[in-house]
Design a protein around this ligand. Structure first.
Ligand code: PLP
Length: 412
């Protein structure tokens, strides 16, 4: 992300770009603290999608007519923007997917399934989202490989030495979240990638929660696969990407077959397009990618440095506010975090609190956050999670803290 370096971050002005943030919920102004679930969309994204349907709706890579060319150019420009945003060496290394889940499943079925054998291992960590666990389990079931788990500390940080020790010769792939969706922990993926590379083990990074908060530079991260999702990056749902090194993508067979991914189809055999199109069978979410392109332009305009400073201040404020409340247990107090805070309040069930907060106009998530093993690690069935983005304010944190103090008394 480039943008307005050094300029102060004007959150009030930025909020005007997000129409939904102005609405009320149960008669109260909305406080949206669920951006790790899905982020709100700036007007630029909404208008780009609207403009696509109004002005150049057509299928991509098929029609020679003007509308088809315009749609194809807009869709393909999302690939260019994603490549630049992620610091990918080449646009041809960006496979457009429906999100992280599809991206990881693509690696599971196209890369891991043909390679793994009984006795092989896939290394994950305790803090993974189910999207970075279940696809590997499905591969393990079919190959006889096993899942191996690198532990985390009580503070919610990956124990790096244990991860490195676990990179034994039987490990054929390591798969790690860049940022935990529950704890907010930023994992030291460059360090993990160096260790994995030294041992010849490919590293997949689940970047779903990182891309909205931290500058991603694939040239320096050193991983082999990077999965991300567009709807958490202020773009439409049903968009995302898998980045993989060109030489890896070339070795991967197609996962889905159909239109768009072929060179020639004959009844006695089909030849496939080169990556990335080989992995993009069927009509894609064209409007979604037009919107995602607009989201990336919008983020570029804001600039990572300004966003980062504002988000760090929000995180510090929110953490302090919760620490100051008696009977609040925080989950995840890593040294390097994004503004995602999980917690429980003594004597109150997470779902009950989330429901009462909703009646105050405050949207937080409660539950297992698609991270059952992490909940098992902490010995709890669920947590509350407040996940913030650059459009949130200190005043909203004050409102949230006051509302939480009030509603918890109703459950005591
Ligand atoms: N990985 C992480 C860390 C996530 O937080 C999520 C979504 O919550 C996913 C993967 C799955 O993303 P999607 O549902 O957009 O494919």
């Amino acid at each position: 992300m480039t943008g307005q370096k050094g300029r102060a971050f004007d959150v009030a002005r930025v909020r005007e770009d997000f129409p939904l943030l102005a609405r009320t919920v149960h008669g109260k102004p909305l406080v949206y603290f669920d951006s790790a679930n899905t982020a709100q969309k700036p007007r630029a994204v909404i208008e780009a999608v609207d403009r696509y349907y109004r002005e150049f709706n057509a299928n991509v890579a098929r029609a020679v007519h003007q509308l088809g060319e315009e749609a194809t150019a807009a869709y393909e420009s999302a690939r260019d923007k994603l490549a630049r945003f992620l610091g990918a060496p080449s646009r041809e290394e960006i496979v457009l997917t429906s999100g992280t889940t599809q991206a990881i499943n693509l690696v599971a079925y196209s890369w891991a399934l043909p390679r793994l054998r009984a006795g092989d291992e896939i290394l994950v960590t305790t803090m993974e989202h189910h999207a970075n666990i279940v696809p590997w389990q499905l591969v393990c079931e079919r190959t006889g490989a096993r899942l191996k788990v690198a532990p985390i500390s009580e503070r919610g940080e990956l124990i790096v030495d244990r991860f490195v020790d676990a990179l034994t010769p039987s490990v054929k792939l390591a798969a790690v979240a860049h940022v935990s969706n529950v704890l907010g922990t930023i994992n030291p993926v460059a360090e993990l990638a160096r260790a994995a590379r030294k041992r010849g083990i490919p590293l997949l990074v689940d970047g779903s929660q990182a891309a909205p908060h931290v500058a991603v530079d694939l040239r320096t991260l050193g991983c082999d696969f990077y999965a991300m999702t567009g709807h958490k990056l202020f773009g439409p749902t049903g968009t995302g990407a898998l980045w993989a090194r060109r030489e890896i993508l070339r070795e991967m067979p197609p996962f889905f077959g159909g239109g768009e991914m072929i060179r020639e189809v004959r009844f006695d055999g089909t030849t496939f397009a080169d990556p990335p199109h080989r992995f993009e069978a069927g009509t894609p979410n064209i409007a979604g990618f037009v919107g995602l392109g607009a989201a990336i332009d919008y983020l570029d305009g804001l600039g990572h440095a300004a966003i980062g400073a504002h988000e760090q201040a929000l995180l510090d404020h929110l953490t302090e506010a919760l620490r100051a409340m008696p009977g609040v247990r925080l989950f995840g107090e890593a040294a390097h975090k994004v503004p995602v805070v999980s917690f429980l309040v003594d004597g109150a069930h997470a779902h009950d609190l989330a429901t009462l907060l909703d009646h105050e106009g405050i949207a937080v998530r409660s539950g297992h956050h698609c991270a059952h093993p992490l909940m098992q690690f902490f010995g709890v069935p669920a947590t509350l999670r407040a996940s913030l983005a650059f459009y949130n304010t200190h005043e909203e944190i004050e409102r949230f803290a006051a509302a939480l103090a009030r509603v918890r008394t109703l459950l005591a």
